[in-house]
Ligand binder design. Structure first.
Ligand SMILES: [Zn+2]
Length: 79
């Protein structure tokens, strides 16, 4: 039988518990960021009228459905 002092046992328990909490936190944050990136991947903001629209085509210059002007695909910034 392995003899472990109460202090060491508490230390091991707290270390494992905190490691699990931090790992879950990092995983949840990574998942949230990934979902936000997926949500705005095809979003384009018109440079003329500031209208935001989704365009999943391969067109390098998608046209705005409101004013018809072509727009570049800049990475959409989350506020
Ligand atoms: Zn527009």
């Amino acid at each position: 039988m392995i003899r472990v002092s109460l202090t060491l046992l508490i230390f091991i328990y707290l270390t494992l518990f905190l490691s699990a909490v931090i790992a879950l936190w990092i995983w949840a944050e990574w998942r949230r960021t990934r979902n936000e990136r997926r949500a705005v991947r095809f979003r384009v903001r018109c440079a003329i009228c500031s209208f935001e629209f989704e365009d999943s085509s391969d067109d390098p210059l998608p046209h705005c459905p409101r004013c018809g002007s072509p727009n570049e695909r800049d990475p959409f910034q989350l506020l």
